[in-house]
Write a protein that binds this ligand. Sequence first.
Ligand SMILES: [Zn+2]
Length: 156
Amino acid sequence: MIQVDPRDFTPDALRKVAPACGECTGQGASVVELVGGSVVYPHRPDLWQKDGVDRWWWRCENCGAYVGTHTGTINPLGTPCGPETRRAREAAHAAFDPMWRKRMELSGLKQSVARGRGYKWLAKQMGLTRKDCHIGMMSAEQAWRVVEICRAREAA
Ligand SMILES: [Zn+2]
């Protein structure tokens, strides 16, 4: 695993990867900065690293919304969000992920293929393009709709 240090990147390079804040949309430009776990989870040092590698979060200076990064990179997992949106996105993952995982187990599909098909189905239900359909980028309202859609499917 590579140890990523944001100081190795030029401000321009960082700006290119920085996600726009999901909570400050339409309220002018938000400044999103890369921070370590001590900023986001000051009382949870156990979350600051994964497999011995520092983890990074993109955090909005304006409202404090944040989002994690793909392990070993500074690529955001989605858009920074606040507690309410985070709860909704977690609920959406909890409802959606078991569906495509179950398909994966039954069909022997690779994880990427099974998840891709799951998202394709979800995008259609949500009226989004596949490219725009990422739980990590959803508003609280959209994420709760994912929960409803998945529950309805499970009950069918
Ligand atoms: Zn913000």
